[in-house]
Design a protein around this ligand. Sequence first.
Ligand code: C2E
Ligand code: CA
Ligand code: CA
Ligand code: CA
Length: 278
Amino acid sequence: AKDNGRARYSFYVPGLDVQIRERLSMANLLRHAAERGELALLYQPLIDLRSGRVVAAEALLRWTSEELGVVAPDLLVPVAEDAGLIEHIGGWVLERACTAAAQWQSIAPCRVAVNVSSLQLQAPESFSEQVDMALKHSGLNAGLLELEITEGVLLRDRPTIGALLAELDRRGIRLSLDDFGTGYSALSYLRRFPFHVLKIDRTFIAGIPDNQEDTELTRAIIAMAQALGLSVLAEGVERPEQRDFLVEQGCDLAQGYLFSRPIDADALAAMLGRNGAV
Ligand code: C2E
Ligand code: CA
Ligand code: CA
Ligand code: CA
């Protein structure tokens, strides 16, 4: 933190442990981050493995705080959730991502995938309204929006979340099951909820081809997704051997540093302009 008169953002409460104090002051800074223009989205291309073209992009949140520097989303999101800020930030992400995607369409068709925190889904009405507003304001077709949901949330509140997911599906929005294979994987989710895409967590992909267990699990997950009529995406593809293995297995989509790191909206548009070739 810089000492330039912004001391009002840091404070000391005796007895609070350092970590909690850090999270509190981070939450206070985060409260104003969107208004101060400190939040941004980067977009990572999702590649169709058959054509080699970019068919979608995942929006990834970045916070460059004047006081804290760059804060990773893995750290930011839990703080936002604890501080009751995730609804506000999540709404900002939806608006921004849909607006960017609406602009790409004049260049080439490309979906946008937005990460959704489980807490956002706990308030189904306001989430549903945020999605509506983002589509309306941007003019983006609902079929071009994908929502990425992790498995953990599905355990918590089945009737409400089931109804919300069914409603989003009915409106033509695509649903992705994110980080598949980590946490509480229950195959029954794939039957019970209207997912279109299954994203294999990158910890599995990292083990291909050297780790036999990861390689076999990935093979099995792809076969299972195909049998269920789901699109399957491999996250974290970094090496050509991994891409070749995935193509061989008939995996539909891939994402990872091998193709592109997350880039800004203009760079994604430029990539689409090159016929979606990476
Ligand atoms: P995720 O949804 O699993 O996103 C993929 C993460 O993998 C991203 O990290 C991405 O930069 C990284 N990645 C992509 N390709 C590769 C690769 O080839 N190798 C490696 N090692 N990593 C790769 P990032 O951007 O740091 O985001 C971390 C997590 O933060 C995301 O994981 C997601 O859970 C969360 N997140 C990001 N943006 C948002 C957001 O707008 N809302 C919410 N609720 N969560 C978000
Ligand atoms: Ca994701
Ligand atoms: Ca993921
Ligand atoms: Ca992840």
